[in-house]
Structures are given as C-alpha cells and as structure tokens.
Design a protein around this ligand. Structure first.
Ligand code: AKG
Ligand code: FE2
Length: 255
C-alpha cells in the first residue's frame, strides 16, 4: 500500500551544492527541511524514499514490462538522433489533453489508469508537493526509462507552454541511483547535485524552470554498461493542451 505520509530526510549526504571545478567535494546542505531555497522564487523539495514501501522492485518490474516504451528520434541542432532513453506519456484525460511535443517528438498519451498504481503515485507526489486544490493537481505523467548508465537526459528546462510558466513538477525515481544536477541558467558554475535513488522524490516548484536547467548525467566506461535500469516518473499539470510544442521563453535543449 502506498503511503503519502511525510517523513523527514534521514540523511542529507545525497544532496550537495557543487562547484563546476570540483564536483567531488561536497558542501552538504544539512537541514531536515526538505525544501531548498534556490532564491528568486525557485524551490526544490527532496525526500529520500518517499515511497516508503518495500515493493519498489515490483513497481519497477511492472513499469518495465507493462509500459509501451518508445525510443524516438529528436531534432538536435538540425540532426535527427535517437533519444538516449525510452519514454512513455500518460494523462488523466488523454482525450482532451492532447500530445506532449518537444524537439520534433510528439507523444500521444495513454490513460494513467492503464498502469495499476500510477494514480496512487500521482496522489502521493501531489501530497509531498503540497498541491491541495484541484486546479493545481497533476494530470499528466511523462515516464523515462534509462536502460543503463549511458542513457541520460541533457541540460534542459521543462518550460513547455503546455504547463504554467512556473509549473510544479514532481519526479519520482525507481531503480538504480543516478545523478540529477540543477544548474543556474546564467551562472553555470552554481549547481546542486541530487543522487536520486529508489523511491526518492524531487519536486521543482516556483520559478525553477525559468532560472535553472537540469539533467541526468551521462555515465561512460565499463561502469555505465554495468549499472541497472532506472525509471523516472515526472508528474505535471497540463494547463494549455493547445500549446503543445511551444515553449515559454528560450529554446529547450534536450537530447
Ligand atoms: O529522470 C529524471 O530524473 C529527469 C527527467 C526529466 O528531466 C524530464 O523528463 O524532463
Ligand atoms: Fe526535465
């Protein structure tokens, strides 16, 4: 049974503010407040093992086997390249919410109710994100499958016009721990690294998509091939279904 009970972060060593020049030195933010104030109205919430259940592997297995994963081509700087991960898209009301589009890739949504447990995960993510009113609640879920350490997502912001200009986005991780980095758009040396492990939840809130970019770091070498899969579910609220493919400000960089 999934629980939405909030639990304090038990260990902050999985979050670090890092400098461009020294990515291995940690400057941990040692606080039990799950919300990190990035200034200018940007906030990130981070909960280790928000899922709190021992059934993550079943959930991972279910998603691996039941989701109709797609690897699509995207346009990056005039070139068509296969995305370095697999994706799928779910909506609460696929009939009215339209497609999700970026860099030449259009994904039609499936029903969230098609995957057992997905609606409960949405509720859980909403509770952690503090979304109480119905108008704020998530109605879509973009799911990423990183097969090994070589799969990744490049620097980007989730600034599609489908969403509000300052959307709340909740990201739930399953499987292998991977490095998620946020960097300030105007000062790339200001970064926060989160090691997102099985059951961890990260929420971006306020102006994060205006002032920060994020990525999942590409791993290289033998270790990249050896590590297991990771699935990430990002819950979002589609507000403007007619605006698929448009972005709020500067262009979205993504691979
Ligand atoms: O896998 C992750 O944690 C991030 C995914 C992401 O940034 C996205 O789907 O927009
Ligand atoms: Fe993103």
């Amino acid at each position: 049974m999934l629980t939405s009970k909030k639990r304090p972060r038990d260990d902050s060593t999985h979050t670090e503010k890092i400098k461009e020049t020294d990515c291995s030195t940690s400057d941990p933010i040692l606080t039990h407040d799950p919300w990190i104030d990035l200034h200018q109205g940007s906030f990130v919430g981070y909960w280790r093992n928000a899922l709190g259940a021992e059934t993550h592997h079943l959930l991972l297995e279910r998603l691996l086997t039941q989701v109709a994963w797609q690897q699509r081509d995207v346009n990056i700087m005039g070139k068509r390249i296969p995305q370095p991960r697999f994706v799928a898209y779910f909506a609460l009301n696929p009939e009215t919410q339209g497609t999700y589009e970026y860099t030449g890739l259009a994904l039609a949504p499936s029903h969230m109710s098609d995957i057992p447990g997905l609606l409960e995960l949405k509720e859980l993510a909403q509770n952690f994100a503090g979304l109480t009113s119905e108008e704020e609640q998530f109605n879509s879920c973009l799911v990423n499958l990183y097969r090994s350490g070589a799969d990744h997502v490049g620097w980007h912001t989730d600034n599609e016009k489908l969403y509000d200009a300052n959307p709340t986005i909740a990201s739930l991780s399953l499987g292998t721990r991977r490095s998620f980095i946020l960097r300030n758009k105007t000062d790339h040396a200001t970064k926060y690294k989160f090691l997102l492990g099985d059951g961890d939840l990260l929420v971006m809130k306020g102006t994060v998509q205006q002032y920060w970019q994020h990525c999942i770091v590409k791993m290289t070498g033998k270790k990249a091939a050896e590590i297991g899969p990771r699935i990430n579910l990002t819950f979002r609220r589609v507000k403007n279904p007619g605006a698929a493919g448009e972005v709020h400000n500067n262009s979205k960089q993504l691979s």
